[in-house]
Design a protein around this ligand. Structure first.
Ligand SMILES: Cc1cc2nc3c(=O)[nH]c(=O)nc-3n(C[C@H](O)[C@H](O)[C@H](O)COP(=O)(O)OP(=O)(O)OC[C@H]3O[C@@H](n4cnc5c(N)ncnc54)[C@H](O)[C@@H]3O)c2cc1C
Length: 504
């Protein structure tokens, strides 16, 4: 790529979304793109989360792209190494590798209205890249966050975040604390109790835990899937509809929510005999309000002789351990933080400067919003993956992501094929979309009163989509040019007339 070259598309991030977007661009015959990735290999979430027990909690057959089926998944819920292998195989099979620029941390993107181009800037590099369109695929859960506990910096033992696992640390005989009991923690704890001398689990709020039945895929099934691709897509469909039906109990508070809660309570009762421990592990909010947890070995792990559940709130971290609110200091050699990520619910992961110098982080200060989660008024030719209100609570993120990718690559195709200067969503369409969306969110379990990472501190829901996966994907099925202000001009600069609406 020469310095003066203008890319058709600059993709930021080589996780599932960035790689998926690149594949779809290629399949549409768009070749002048590059992916800028701060890491040294592709994979995003699955490159970074290598903690023991790391796995998806949506079946792999559904937690994969329909355009890149994998008949060889070894089990229902594959581990992070296998998922990373799947991403690597897509990079290889679709020839994406040469397009990825590793070690490129994007520090900001800025729209130059006069030229109709985006400028992409990088850490430690003077050279900037110009591109006609940008796909911001930097991931919702890409930046690990340590909690703001007083004294955290004074701890003299070893600190590990779940998303930055230290594989050289020897846990044998060590006193280990695990802070957090969310989706990563319930995967880590069963592995850790086998390795460490002792484990204390610090729980703020217990979650709803459902059993996870993980089966190995036998050779015959793999062979059938390989020789009869239709069988594999039917299996995927079955998983999809199974998860869609769960929305009825998870997205909204309905009689089915009670069913989900009953299954979870039954699971708790069957695995935990001690009534006091059961009480400590019983949630006090409606199922679905926070992310559902999937594990069949979490409760047994908590009851091992070398494991203790601590429910006193953490007051501070001292040089030797953790002080809880009742004044006890628990001493540790190592603290594992399974405390999640810095999620951009308000603000943006990198500075984004749009038309007339507007800054997206300023506009999103009260909470992020977009049109159908993919485009934002004032930021022409910029597309988001996993943008505001695109999170599913009950289904595979990849189904949602695939719909975003198809939509945005169609839009990019239109821009390039028709030589458009820009495509920018109409503000009134975006506002109307968001008014409806926020109204629908008020009826969901996420907005039913519990404190979760889905909401901003003020209680604004900028993360979840209030509906079925089918509704989400249907709205993205086609680019309707009526939704956009379309400015022609790259090929024929003299012609600045807006294209008549409704020609998409
Ligand atoms: C432990 C864990 C388990 C999960 N399990 C599931 C599951 O079972 N089912 C499900 O649906 N979802 C799950 N998720 C959600 C998961 O994040 C998404 O499914 C998906 O992997 C996100 O892909 P992505 O490409 O959008 O983001 P990422 O995978 O995070 O990739 C983003 C990429 O962008 C790069 N990047 C970020 N900022 C910059 C920058 N400034 N410059 C250059 N590069 C940058 C990052 O290095 C990264 O490689 C899980 C998440 C975690 C953390």
């Amino acid at each position: 790529m020469s310095e003066s070259q203008v890319l058709d598309v600059a993709i930021i991030g080589a996780g599932f979304a960035g790689i998926g977007a690149a594949i779809r661009l290629r399949q549409k015959g768009i070749g002048n793109f590059a992916i800028f990735e701060r890491g040294e290999r592709p994979g995003g979430t699955w490159r970074d989360n290598t903690y023991p027990g790391a796995a998806c909690d949506i079946p792999s057959r559904l937690y994969s792209y329909s355009f890149a089926p994998n008949p060889d998944w070894s089990q229902t819920y594959s581990g992070s190494a296998e998922i990373l292998g799947y991403i690597d195989s897509m990079v290889e099979e679709f020839g994406i590798g040469p397009r990825i620029r590793y070690g490129h941390t994007v520090t900001g993107v800025e729209y130059d209205e006069a030229g109709g181009l985006w400028t992409v800037a990088f850490t430690g590099r003077r050279r900037k890249v110009r591109a006609r369109t940008v796909v911001l695929a930097s991931g919702p859960l890409a930046n690990a966050s340590l909690p703001a506990i007083p004294g955290i910096e004074t701890f003299e033992g070893h600190k590990i975040h779940s998303a930055r696992w230290d594989h050289d640390y020897d846990f044998a005989g060590k006193r280990v604390a695990v802070v957090g009991t969310g989706a990563s923690a319930v995967q880590i704890i069963p592995e850790l109790v086998r390795q460490a001398g002792s484990v204390k689990v610090f729980q703020r709020t217990p979650g709803w835990v459902l059993p996870r039945v993980n089966r190995r895929t036998n050779t015959l099934t793999k062979r059938v899937y390989r020789q009869l691709p239709i069988a594999e897509s039917l299996a995927r469909e079955a998983w999809f509809w199974g998860h869609e039906s769960v929305a009825l109990g998870v997205v909204w508070n309905t009689p089915l929510t009670r069913v989900v809660e009953s299954v979870s309570l039954l699971h708790l009762r069957s695995q935990v005999r001690d009534p006091w421990l059961r009480r400590q592990l019983t949630p006090d909010f409606r199922a679905g309000c926070k992310r559902l947890l999937m594990s069949s070995d979490y409760y047994p792990a908590l009851q091992r002789d070398n494991c203790t559940l601590v429910t006193w709130p953490i007051a501070s971290i001292s040089p030797h351990g953790i002080r809880t609110a009742e004044g006890i200091e628990h001493r540790f050699d190592c603290i594992v933080f399974a405390t999640g990520f810095d999620v951009s619910k308000a603000g943006t992961p990198i500075p984004v400067t749009g038309r007339e110098g507007r800054v997206l982080a300023d506009e999103w200060r009260g909470g992020a919003y977009a049109f159908k989660s993919v485009t934002v008024a004032g930021y022409p030719n910029l597309f988001l993956t996993f943008g505001p209100n695109s999170g599913p609570g009950h289904n595979s993120a990849l189904v949602y992501m695939e719909a975003q990718i198809d939509y945005l690559t169609d839009a990019i195709g239109l821009i390039l094929d028709r030589g458009l200067r820009s495509l920018e969503v109409r503000r009134e369409r975006q506002d109307r979309y968001n008014v409806r969306l926020q109204k629908r969110l008020t009826a969901t379990t996420w907005n039913s009163g519990c404190h979760s990472w889905y909401l901003t501190d003020e209680g604004f829901n900028a993360t979840m989509y209030p509906g079925f996966g089918t509704q989400y994907t249907r709205q993205l099925a086609a680019v309707d040019l009526d939704d956009f202000v379309v400015t022609p001009g790259i090929r024929t600069p003299g012609e600045q007339r807006p294209v008549p609406a409704g020609t998409g």
